[in-house]
Design a protein around this ligand. Structure first.
Ligand code: ADP
Length: 346
């Protein structure tokens, strides 16, 4: 997936380059800088001494030494002074400069911490927004896998408006749907005195009888089905519907898969194999990228063999976003990440 938010210690990331939130001297410090120097070993500091520091908003590259990553890109984020001193511009520049360096060194995978969001005091949710905006912009033009690595204890501070709305919606839908009358009936059977007990059982018996009648009627009415005929009339598949929708929307293939946070290889696999069955996360990501209204989103999902269910929290998040016309996949993934749920786009 081109952009992924993960919980981890950045020094453990097995990527081509990790980015260090360094200071102007580039001679090590606290926070993530200290952790990276400890994990990379003393040779990193030796190389850093040869670099003559780094200006705020710029980036320099060294080897990774004892780290699993091949390179460390050192960038210096701005200190937060309330937002009125060009902090956003400087922070954006850190991401742009680091990504440009990663590209120049042919890195295919890069991991960023949330630069400036520790000792330098940039509010975490806003720091995340800058990271997501700049990385997404870069990925529109370039093929790379970029991770934003968030320390577990930081994740709680990454709230945001959409997160609050979605959690309220999950509470409503999840609780409402988990009221199951039959379970309630069974429960009250253990307490025969409970009111409504008989009523539930009668309703259940009536339902079963009604379903059996409908089934028999359908059986009688249906013409003798021929399996071969049925197979020859097979419906449009996921791949075909996806390509048709891309054309109908007047999108380029690349616009669609980039918006879906799906990489080119996976898209080509889907495109070239009409019987391809994507994961549910991929199918949903395309529904979001295509800005499909609810019915069409459900249809596309069905083509891949899936449904949206209220017993699944991921599905409720996506449903809420489609219903409210929020088709920003990265924003949706931020909410899923915060809720410890699987992101869209795999
Ligand atoms: P800055 O001085 O740019 O604010 P810090 O190192 O203080 O840099 O913090 C940057 C961010 O990195 C903070 O959100 C902090 O919690 C996080 N962080 C610290 N150590 C690690 C680590 N080992 N892996 C990933 N993130 C880390």
């Amino acid at each position: 997936m081109p952009l992924e938010i993960v919980r981890n210690d950045i020094t453990r990331m097995e990527v081509d380059a990790i980015v260090n939130a360094a200071n102007n001297a580039l001679l090590g410090g606290g926070g993530v800088d200290g952790a990276i120097h400890r994990a990379a070993g003393p040779k990193l500091l030796e190389e850093c001494r040869t670099l003559n520091g780094c200006e705020t908003g710029k980036a320099k590259i060294t080897k990774g030494y004892d780290l699993p990553a091949k390179y460390v890109i050192h960038t210096v984020g701005p200190v937060w002074h309330g937002g009125g001193e060009g902090e956003r511009t400087l922070l954006s520049s850190c991401y742009r400069e680091s990504l440009a360096l990663a590209k120049a060194y042919d890195c295919e995978t890069v991991a960023f911490p949330l630069i400036s969001s520790g000792v330098y005091g940039y509010p975490k949710a806003e720091a995340m927004q800058v990271a997501v905006d700049e990385i997404s912009r870069f990925l529109m033009e370039n093929d790379m896998t970029v991770y934003i690595v968030v320390f577990t204890r930081d994740a709680v501070e990454l709230g945001g408006k959409l997160f609050k709305e979605v959690t309220a919606y999950i509470d409503d839908v999840y609780v409402a749907d988990h009221y199951d009358p039959y379970r309630e009936a069974q429960r009250s059977e253990s307490f025969p005195a409970a009111a409504g007990n008989g009523l539930f059982r009668r309703a259940h018996r009536e339902d079963t009888a009604r379903n059996e009648t409908i089934f028999r009627q359908t059986e009688m009415a249906a013409p003798k089905a021929n399996l071969e005929d049925m197979l020859s009339q097979i419906d449009e598949g996921f791949s075909q519907m996806l390509l048709r929708k891309i054309d109908e929307k007047g999108m380029r293939d690349a616009d669609c898969y980039k918006r879906a946070n799906v990489d080119r290889r996976l898209f080509n696999k889907i495109k070239n194999n009409p019987a391809y069955r994507p994961s549910k996360q991929t199918a949903l990501a395309f529904a979001i990228a295509l800005e499909l209204p609810m019915l069409e989103a459900k249809e596309l999902l069905m083509k891949a063999g899936y449904a949206l269910s209220h017993s699944n929290r991921e599905d409720i998040v996506v449903e809420y976003c489609i219903m409210t016309g929020n088709y920003n996949l990265i924003e949706i993934n931020q909410v899923l990440f915060r809720l410890d749920l699987q992101p869209l786009g795999y």
